[in-house]
Design a protein around this ligand. Sequence first.
Ligand code: C5P
Length: 238
Amino acid sequence: MIITLDGPAGAGKSSTARRLATRLGWCYMDTGAMYRAVALAALERGLQLEDQEALAALAAALVITFRDGRVLLDGRDVSVEIRTDRVTTATRPVADAPPVREAMKQLQRAMAEQLDVVTEGRDQGSVVFPGAALKIFLVASPEERARRRYRERLESGDGSQSVDDILAAQTRRDDGDRHRPVGAMEAAADAIRVETDGLSLDQVVEQILALARRRGVTPAVPRQLPEAGAGSTISSAQ
Ligand code: C5P
């Protein structure tokens, strides 16, 4: 079974999807991290970011693994590196390239096959998993999203950008995500919009769990095993 969580940057997709997967005892797939990993690999190999076919071939050849909340690229932990500004910038042309998106769609479907997965991104409900059991489109106001991102950066010791700087960068990314020719960020027609302004992570997760229960989704393991989902391994090599 698949639950998709799509929405703009900073809406809380990652923390919500991770917590949801843990509560259900399901695997968690962060497709933004996958695009970032391809961008990192392209930079490391010195590929031209305009060479869409080369990027797509690279995307198809990499082994991306999610394990214990970490992202592995060909077995190497790249969880921190893929979040640098340099990689974020390079992810744009990678995610805009239709052949890369096609390769990633096949990869994501293959990774999720036979598994129960909470997957997050921009196009998971609309393009990659049209038959998902539950599709959520997570939204929050731009200001709230920028404030959250600012607090997250501060917590990780990075106060280099003001809330306004983050808001401006976020608006540029949102525009790019909405207007790319293939795989543009959009809610699937049958997605349920969940507004997260003013809600805690737990409240958002409870809301989605209630919706999931109504679709017949049941946890794979007893709820008192809190880390059961987080330890799941999901890999493009499976
Ligand atoms: O979610 P995150 O910010 O890590 O995603 C990195 C970039 O990858 C985003 O800016 C978005 O453009 C792209 N992306 C995408 N499709 C997805 C997930 C992410 O195009 N399913």
